[in-house]
Design a protein around this ligand. Structure first.
Ligand code: ZN
Length: 144
């Protein structure tokens, strides 16, 4: 939903508070993302290879537990990597759609500095901070 305030602020002259990420910056971020993606795939292959070669060594049933433990670690690691892969793919897709660098919450441009530091982010610093405050409040309440 677009509010009147957002309509007004989108007409603000560029380069004042928040400027759009340039094509050069986006190309740089894109190559970074693709490199990270390739890294994850490489590491993933190594992790699977290690896990399978290690589990073959655990022929003794007494050692099977540690083998299963290892597999669960590998699984968690891959789960985290899967999430990162998904985030990177979504970022690349947003670049193709021309939506990259736009906060999905308020519709403002995310600062190039923030995009350089956190290329997969979908929120501007203001919205991210607000989200974090809300999350910490929710956690506080759930621990009561
Ligand atoms: Zn925002």
């Amino acid at each position: 939903m677009i509010t009147i305030e957002q309509m007004g602020s989108s007409k603000a002259p560029k380069g004042t508070t928040s400027r759009q990420v340039t094509l050069e910056e986006m190309a740089h971020i894109r190559s970074e993302l693709e490199r990270v993606l390739a890294d994850i795939y490489d590491k993933g292959r190594d992790t699977v290879r290690q896990a399978t070669s290690n589990s073959e060594q655990f022929a003794d049933p007494a050692d099977r537990a540690s083998s299963e433990e290892l597999n669960s670690i590998v699984f968690r690691l891959r789960d985290r990597e899967h999430k990162m892969i998904r985030k990177i793919r979504q970022a690349l897709k947003r670049m193709e759609n021309g939506e990259y660098g736009i906060c999905e919450d308020c519709g403002e441009h995310i600062t190039p500095a923030r995009l350089m530091a956190r290329p997969v982010t979908t929120l501007c610093l203001t919205c991210k901070t607000e989200q974090e405050i809300e999350e910490s409040l929710r956690q506080d309440r759930s621990t009561l």
